[in-house]
Design a protein. Structure first.
Length: 84
């Protein structure tokens, strides 16, 4: 059965946050090559309450569909781009 995941990633230091921001453009190619992934979207997050245009550079997400729950688990535990 197809599964959907929403993975959230936190970054603490300014260097890590800059790296994560760069991955919003660069990682999409690596994410597309993960075996078993379908639709996927790299997501940023906002700060404050409700929707604001001010970004929260400490939190990013990956919304993805997978062939199955087991494929999702294996990919999220082993895919090099996710591990980085």
């Amino acid at each position: 059965m197809q599964s959907v995941t929403l993975s959230l990633f936190r970054f603490g230091t300014m260097g890590d946050r800059l790296w994560a921001f760069a991955q919003m453009g660069l990682a999409r190619f690596a994410v597309a090559r993960i075996p078993g992934i379908g639709f996927h979207k790299l997501c940023g997050s906002g700060s404050g309450e409700g929707f604001t245009p001010i970004p929260n550079t400490a939190v990013y997400g990956l919304l993805a569909t997978w062939e199955s729950l087991e494929v999702a688990r294996v990919a999220l535990e082993t895919a090099p781009i996710i591990q980085r």
